[in-house]
Design a protein around this ligand. Structure first.
Ligand SMILES: Nc1nc2c(ncn2[C@@H]2O[C@H](COP(=O)(O)OP(=O)(O)OP(=O)(O)O)[C@@H](O)[C@H]2O)c(=O)[nH]1
Ligand SMILES: [Mg+2]
Length: 287
């Protein structure tokens, strides 16, 4: 868990939430909150009065993810998620075995890649398809511009995506001054953004840079394995400006390797690829 929690200041005290001494759950209509972190089956809920409460789901239902608005209850020593309130959207991946939800109620996904480790076009394309299917705006960021030759090569590999109309920005976080941050900030302002990408791309480094009060653990990549070290293990939301939640939030997430699209019927896939979608209906094979 992050050492410094960045809380919004806009807090109102919940009413009618007096605890019962018997240990019986107390539910109040006003006991709503926002899930700001998930770890295993447990979540941290930011309550309406600005408290953080560790909650677990009631049974197998009500599995909440970061960004979820929930109704919670407390017994003597623990919090329970009673209900996940209706979502605007839910971003997830799915393979034959399981579904992995990233976050809910998103305005924007920042697919965060680095000049190293080398990214996979297959996984990038899959993440773009999932975002398109969910109707969430995407920006691709290509980090580590200071590694000039590697960055240029990766930038060229992103050309087909730019040709499809995907927004791509380049940046460097370790140079003094960093580059590309203003362009990126324009895309983050006022939105809740999931920062998604392979391990080692620099997602947590970005969040440390954007929010000085946050000090997330980061780690060098393994060049031998062309991979990061899976440093971030929890999904966590941080406000860009702790005093003003409306300025937007970023969600750090663990690096992913495989992006399953089991939930999208094969005949629908082309409709979520902008370059193919324009040709649908004009193919003699009726794709
Ligand atoms: N050269 C260079 N290195 C960078 C840059 N940004 C981040 N790094 C380094 O990349 C490494 C990985 O950064 P992290 O922030 O831990 O990466 P992550 O995407 O959060 O990785 P996971 O938590 O494992 O998913 C660290 O050694 C960072 O210092 C950059 O702009 N240039
Ligand atoms: Mg990280």
């Amino acid at each position: 868990m992050a050492q410094v929690r960045v809380l919004p200041s806009r807090a109102t005290k919940p009413r009618n939430t007096a605890k019962k001494s018997s240990g019986e759950a107390t539910v109040s209509q006003d006991a709503t909150g926002l899930v700001i972190e998930t770890f295993g089956r447990h979540v941290t809920v930011l309550t309406a009065d600005g408290q953080q409460l560790i909650c677990h789901p009631r049974g197998k239902k009500n599995l909440a993810v970061v960004g979820d608005r929930v109704q919670w209850s407390t017994t003597a020593d623990q919090g329970t998620i009673e209900k996940v309130l209706p979502r605007d959207n839910l971003f997830f991946r799915q393979d034959e075995m399981r579904t992995k939800s990233f976050a809910a109620n998103l305005d924007h996904i920042l697919i965060f890649l680095g000049a190293e480790p080398e990214f996979s076009e297959m996984q990038l394309s899959r993440a773009l398809i999932a975002a398109e299917a969910t109707g969430i705006n995407v920006t691709i960021a290509l980090n580590k511009r200071d590694l000039t030759a590697l960055h240029a090569r990766s930038w060229a590999r992103l050309q087909p995506y730019r040709d499809m109309g995907v927004d791509v920005v380049g940046l460097s976080l370790v140079t003094e001054p960093p580059t590309g941050i203003d362009e990126l900030n324009e895309r983050l302002r006022g939105r809740t953004t999931l920062v998604l990408g392979p391990s080692g791309a620099g997602k947590s480094t970005l969040i440390n840079h954007l929010i000085p009060a946050v000090d997330l653990r980061t780690q060098e990549i393994s060049r031998a394995l062309n991979s990061g070290k899976h440093t971030t293990t929890n999904t966590t939301l941080y406000w860009l400006n702790p005093g003003s939640p409306d300025d937007g939030a970023v969600i750090d997430s663990p690096g992913f390797q495989e992006f399953g699209l089991h939930h999208i019927p094969p005949e629908k896939l082309a409709t979520y690829m902008p370059d193919l979608a324009t040709h649908l209906g004009h193919c003699k094979f009726h794709i």
